[in-house]
Every structure is written in C-alpha cells, then in structure tokens.
Design a protein around this ligand. Structure first.
Ligand SMILES: C[S@@+](CC[C@H](N)C(=O)[O-])C[C@H]1O[C@@H](n2cnc3c(N)ncnc32)[C@H](O)[C@@H]1O
Length: 198
C-alpha cells in the first residue's frame, strides 16, 4: 500500500492543519482573488490546503493518486456539489478541462518529472489562469524522516530552478517565501511560486 493510503486517516494532525491554513492564507494574499473561479487542487490529499479556497470556488476539483486521501476529501465535501475529486495521475494522463487557478501544496516534491507536470498544468489553464505552487525550498534531504518510504523524489526546489521552468515554458513567474518550519535544529523554508501567461 502506498505511503499516502496508509496515513490518510491520521493525516489531519494539528500541526498539518495549522501549517496548511497558514500557507493558504499567505497564498490567497498574494493572489488577491476577488471573484468566484474554477479551481484545480493538484495533489489535494485530504483537502487541508485546497478547501481553504472554498469561498473563492465556483467549482473546485481535487486531483490525487491516493484513494485513501481522496476518501477523506470526499467525506469532507460530500454535501457540497461544487467540489469533486478525480483519481488521475497527470504525470501520465491528461484532463480535458480548463481552470482559472491551479493550486498545489507540498505535492511537487513527490513527482517524477515536476517540469513536465507543470507543462501539463499549463495546458489546463484558461487564458488568464494562474498556477500557484507551494513547496519546500531546496533542502538537504533531512526534512522527511524517510524519503524513500514517503515517496519523496526531490529535496525541495531552488528559486533558480523554478524560474528556469518559467523561462522554458514562456510563463511569468513570481516567487516568495511564505512560511518556515523549525525542525531538526534548522529552518526549512516554504515558497510560493505563481506562474501565469505572459
Ligand atoms: C504531502 S501531501 C499534500 C496534500 C495536500 N496538498 C494538503 O494540503 O495536505 C502530497 C499529496 O500528493 C499526492 N500525489 C503524489 N503524486 C501525485 C501525482 N502524480 N498526482 C496527483 N497527486 C499526487 C499524494 O497522494 C498526496 O496526497
């Protein structure tokens, strides 16, 4: 069983709820959303980050590859028809649907090919759409206690790398640090990268 299926029912710890709320609050400040829009939450998990965008969602589609995480997401959203989930791997498959905003929190470091996935997500954007990615700044591999077991494929991402992706995809790019986590006697920074059409 995959790591995320195993941990799904205990995922929403006090620490994670607080962290995702902070990340979402800071992301919303940067995006300054005004009207209700169509949102994709890529790697939605149990919805801790994405559901913080509820007040801005005309519709919100949570995408994830873990059945266990999606069961929790579906349970939380079952009374709200504007929320749906899809178990689809955008590293391999495509989704014929456009979004005004794609958000993604702490998922990119689990991808085999994050650049290619960003290219796929670009193809899912409406004309004025944006992609907002939150993840770890480049780290030394000590953030997760067991990288292999937890499916960690990248030790965060530097600003330079994220900016290079923008140049290669001809996208506008804004970068900021929106949170930090004290752990292992050091500080791990979390960035927000916003990509949009030039
Ligand atoms: C660290 S969790 C973050 C979950 C969520 N964003 C939150 O706010 O709590 C990473 C999530 O990415 C999902 N994931 C990993 N690879 C994926 C892929 N290729 N496509 C979609 N989701 C993926 C995992 O199943 C997991 O739910």
């Amino acid at each position: 069983m995959s790591h995320f299926n195993q941990v799904a029912n205990e995922w929403d710890s006090e620490f994670k709820v607080a962290m995702m709320q902070k990340l979402a609050t800071e992301t919303k400040k940067v995006l300054s959303l005004t009207e209700k829009i169509n949102i994709m939450d890529f790697g939605c998990g149990t919805g801790l980050f994405g559901l913080e965008f509820s007040e801005h969602a005309k519709a919100l589609t949570g995408i994830d590859t873990s059945e266990g995480m999606l069961e929790v997401f579906d349970q939380k959203t079952k009374d709200y028809p504007e929320f749906e989930s899809k178990n689809i791997n955008l590293e391999e498959d495509s989704l014929d649907q456009k979004f005004d905003l794609v958000i993604s929190s702490m998922t990119f470091h689990h991808l085999n090919d994050p650049f290619k996935t960003l290219e796929t997500l670009k193809s899912n954007l409406s004309g004025s759409g944006k992609i907002a990615i939150v993840d770890l700044d480049q780290e030394d591999g000590s953030f997760h206690p067991d990288n292999k077991r937890m499916g960690v494929k990248h030790f965060g991402f530097s600003k330079e790398k994220l900016s290079d992706w923008a140049s290669r995809l001809d996208l506008k790019f804004e970068h900021s640090f929106i949170n930090s986590i004290d752990k292992n006697d050091r500080e791990y920074k979390q960035f927000l990268a916003v990509y949009s059409h030039v």
